[in-house]
Design a protein around this ligand. Structure first.
Ligand code: ZN
Length: 416
């Protein structure tokens, strides 16, 4: 899922704008390369004449090895600007393929890349932007078995992940290996960015000790993201990466940047290292990578799993019920904007929040078979748990949601 911000809005620590500045200066992360070639001097001349960067700073970028986790919304602008800036070695971790719905924001990929591995597609774009960059492709899902070996090859990690499980994995591995990582997060019109580096400041767990409760956080695929927001936050991440590599300015260590594209406001919030952090605190309880990050972040709550255990139907079964004229009340628990895009014929929109709060229960018939559905089957399982505990014992939900209806019953409808 392209998970985002709602669960991250409740930051820990000091939720007050900084009154006095709280900044740290750090030495350069990377030693300079021996020299710049004539080609490099020509190409990077606009950097070289900035006194804070200069030849020395550019040589550090040349020697730098940066890993970008994800070649998606944040990874696209991040990789393009890191490449253009002359970062010598760029790693890309991504196991996904380019989908048409990615092109609205993932600008490193083009129309002819649809269906191609994202890591390959991104690598080809980077070669076009700057052939002097060495690209390492990791066409794999990052997991506890490969993360150490991959991270060990790089000086700095840029986190462009879109789900909580990978985000905690990236944080934990970065802390355990002592790597700085530049984090960004996007949702609709809201963005956040920070630099997490346990040796010098807080880690992601200091800010967000627990993942949000399952089912509470819509992903970007469910909640949406303004395409250009990726550039706003991805470019901040590159800016921070360059500062760390070259040792200039004050990096966002211990500070959270919060961007609101509708208000057009940037705020900085001080984030302290949490002495009780399970990972980087004084008495850590997490001393190794977790056995299962998906489990830790639980995509579906235990209640929803239990409710759905014997109350799940397939799209084919729903179609058969409809064709047989069975008395159904088909409830679409998605949001109105999603209902506008595509819907299953005969469905009634009642967003999940109204079911969970109990507000919508009066709208539900007692004498008909209730079938709940959402986009992919996660939200409808949460709503099903609420319905069952409110006494609607026969209610069922649709496995795989409207996406599986499109796949199995009516491929002429648009998937989103
Ligand atoms: Zn921590």
């Amino acid at each position: 899922m392209a998970a985002g911000l709602p669960g991250e809005r409740q930051w820990r620590g000091s939720p007050l704008p900084i009154l006095g500045e709280f900044t740290v200066s750090l030495p350069p992360l990377v030693e300079p390369a021996a020299e710049l070639t004539v080609d490099e001097i020509r190409r990077y001349s606009r950097h070289l004449i900035i006194p804070d960067i200069g030849v020395e700073g550019q040589k550090r970028l040349k020697n730098a090895r940066v890993l970008c986790v994800g070649a998606g919304g944040l990874g696209s602008p991040a990789l393009m600007y890191l490449a253009a800036a002359g970062v010598g070695t760029l790693g890309i971790v991504d196991f996904d393929t380019v989908d048409e719905s990615n092109l609205q924001r993932q600008i490193i990929h083009g129309v002819s890349d649809v269906g191609r591995a994202k890591a390959e597609s991104a690598s080809a774009s980077i070669r076009e932007i700057n052939p002097l960059v060495e690209v390492k492709i990791h066409n794999t899902a990052l997991d506890r078995d490969n993360v150490r070996e991959i991270f060990a090859q790089y000086d700095l990690i840029v986190d462009g992940t879109d789900n909580f499980a990978t985000r905690y994995l990236v944080n934990d591995a970065a802390v355990l290996l002592g790597k700085p990582y530049v984090w960004g997060s996007i949702y609709r019109f809201d963005g956040q960015a920070s630099v997490f580096w346990a040796e010098h400041g807080p880690c992601y767990r200091c800010l967000y000790p627990e993942p949000p409760p399952p089912g509470m956080v819509p992903s970007c695929a469910e909640g949406g993201v303004l395409g250009v927001l990726c550039a706003s936050i991805g470019s901040i991440q590159v800016n921070e990466a360059i500062k760390l590599l070259a040792g200039v300015g004050e990096p966002l260590v211990g500070r959270l940047m919060v961007y609101d594209a509708l208000e057009m406001s940037y705020r900085k919030i001080k984030v302290r290292k949490d002495p009780n952090c399970a990972l980087c605190g004084e008495n850590p309880t997490v001393t190794d990578l977790l056995a299962d990050y998906e489990d830790f972040c639980g995509a579906v709550s235990a209640e929803a799993q239990e409710a759905a255990a014997d109350a799940t139907i397939t799209a084919g079964e729903l179609k058969a019920w409809q064709d047989a004229g069975k008395e159904l009340f088909l409830v679409d628990v998605r949001e109105p904007a999603e209902f506008e895009i595509v819907r299953i014929p005969g469905s009634t929109l009642i967003p999940k929040g109204e079911i969970i709060s109990g507000q919508a229960l009066v709208k539900l018939p007692q004498d008909r078979q209730i079938v709940l559905h959402c986009k992919s089957g996660v939200r409808s399982a949460e709503a099903l748990a609420a319905l069952k505990s409110a006494g609607f014992r026969d209610a069922v939900h649709l496995q795989g949601g409207v996406l599986s209806w499109i796949k199995q019953v009516d491929p002429s409808l648009p998937a989103y």
